[in-house]
Design a protein around this ligand. Structure first.
Ligand code: SAM
Length: 255
């Protein structure tokens, strides 16, 4: 999964938002940074380019992601870690960063409590989360193609997880449970540029948990071909561009 994720999804979805988040992080002039759910390191690399003097610990729950990330970006110190149970001392980072990871934490209040514990008194927690699925041109087209191809019941992973944590009021409430205060909320829309609709379909089908639902089916090959063909019909042939909306949050300790 890390290879497909890095090849098909990172350049289109994650690198544009990594540049945005790294610029916001650089403005905070951090010395010690902890990155949660770092995946293959798209944000890690953007951050280390923007702030080469920062000491960066990059973590992810998934050992395969950590292996791929550390091979790609050796300037960071990579560790396997669950965001809900961080193996770090209290107050040891002045910035905690997370790009498109919080939606995956089953117990967000527990993860935010851990962020608060490892964050220095004046530290900042900077993270982003996708907007609703309809605001993501590629995700919306993929889901439509998937539902047309699996009329008996398509996986709802995209709607429920990556695009299922979209309300800033809910985010603020989860942070408050953990003793953190939401300081800024900024909605941004960036364009993703893909070499083809087919490449993005491959990314969703093989580089996300949708792949597990496919592997369980005997007709997986037929469905994959149908999704790719329908997604190409929706987005067009050749290189494709689509808007993608996310919200960027900054939080700190409650005063
Ligand atoms: C959509 S990817 C984002 C990766 C990376 N931040 C990027 O921008 O490319 C979500 C990541 O969250 C990680 N993840 C899921 N649950 C987690 C948890 N409880 N603690 C830490 N990481 C987790 C996954 O392994 C995956 O790498």
């Amino acid at each position: 999964m890390p290879e497909a994720y890095e090849r098909h999804l990172v350049p289109v979805f994650f690198r544009p938002f990594a540049a945005d988040l790294a610029a916001r992080a650089a403005a905070l002039q951090p010395l010690t940074v902890l990155e949660l759910a770092a995946g293959t390191g798209a944000l890690t690399s953007a951050l280390l380019t923007a702030v080469p003097t920062a000491s960066v610990v990059a973590t992810d729950l998934n050992e395969a992601m950590v292996t791929a990330g550390s091979a790609r970006e050796s300037r960071a110190d990579w560790r396997q870690a669950d965001a809900q149970e961080l193996p770090f001392e209290d107050g040891s980072f002045d910035l905690v960063l997370c790009q498109f990871g919080v939606m995956f934490f089953p117990d967000r209040a527990a993860a935010y409590s851990e962020v608060g514990r490892v964050l220095a008194p004046q530290g900042r927690f900077l993270f982003n989360s996708w907007g609703p699925l309809a605001s993501h041109g590629f995700g919306a087209a993929f889901q439509e193609a998937l539902e047309q191809s699996m009329p008996e019941g398509a996986p709802s992973f995209l709607k429920d997880v990556p695009h299922g944590y979209t309300d800033p009021a809910v985010v603020a409430a989860d942070l408050a449970i953990a003793g953190l205060a939401l300081a800024t909320t900024v909605e941004i829309t960036l364009d993703g540029v893909a070499e083809s609709a087919s490449s993005v379909a491959t990314g969703f089908l093989t580089g996300t948990p949708v792949s597990a639902a496919m592997e369980a089916r005997q007709d997986a090959g037929t469905i994959r071909a149908s999704v790719t063909q329908k997604m190409t019909a929706l987005l067009g042939t050749g290189a494709v561009t689509a808007p993608m909306t996310a919200t960027v949050y900054t939080a700190h300790h409650q005063v």
